[in-house]
Design a protein around this ligand. Sequence first.
Ligand code: ZN
Length: 358
Amino acid sequence: MDERTAFLKEITEAFGPPGLEDDVAAILRRRTEEFCQIGRDNIGSFIATKKGTSAEPKIMVAGHMDEVAFMVTDVESNGFVRLRPLGGWWPHVLLGQRVRVRTRKGEFLGIVGSKPPHDLKAEERKQVLDWPDIFVDLGVGEGFDVLEATGVRRGDFAVPHAPFETLANPNQHVVKAWDNRVGCALAVDLLRELKDAEHPNTVYGVATVQEEIGLRGAATSAEQVMPDIAFAIDVGLARDTPGYKGAEKAQEKLGAGAAILLLEGHVVSHPRLVRFVLKVAEEEQIPHHVTSIEGGGTDAARFQITGRGIPSMAICVPSRYIHSHSSLVDRRDYEATLKLLTAVVKRLDARTVAEIRG
Ligand SMILES: [Zn+2]
């Protein structure tokens, strides 16, 4: 396994529910502390600063560290555990999957229980279970005190258990939490690309906390950095699978390069910034496509309304099956996005930023 693959494996497998992202921050710190100044905001967002030939303009490039996860809300006397979602889950994707529950006594494997079809009534088969009906089994059994052994209690966090693996297609890696460890990895790999290069600005490689429950670290980290331009790096939605209308012709597909987000929810990406990024992508011949997301959005939505406003947009890596145990990213899209970010940052001098800000 090459060095970058090992890094991507480590960072996607790391335990990082909204509110408890310290393990991810420690990995990012290790990768940048030799040549960056490291800081945090008051709720834990990671901020690595790399000064170029000028203190200004200030360019912020941010992924979010948290992943969709769970909190234990109830522990029954027989040892079964109930969860509440942290972030958007479709319970459909959970049954029969494994989770890792972290307690004061360590980390424990659990199974999201499911009924065998033999015992399902006709109407049950057609339903998606709701949270009160979902439970986790940490090894409940006669003669074994699961509560004593694991120490599980209300307030403990759990994340999907899903090891990093490569498919028959050697470019495709499957694992939990590409959303959005891919953005964190790109933010720090960008800093590494700039390590021995000239750039006419100061770059803030940021990894925010609590994006999945309301873009919370985006607010606090942008307030702390107060950049002139901000980029959110996140996963894009690949729409190239059965179930999407026109999937065969979709622009948003694995292997299509960096996804440039024009519109998310009600947020319009800064048009002059978008135009600039598209120009760089075309001139440098970096694979890319444009896209939009109707439901939900990225940290860019919050960056945009920080202070008196920060020109912002999101640049994404297309991904299939996000918010499940098995999200998929194409390695070539990672490389294309890294190349694009590096080229963009190298060109963002004071004059260019002034032109974009208008
Ligand atoms: Zn997400």
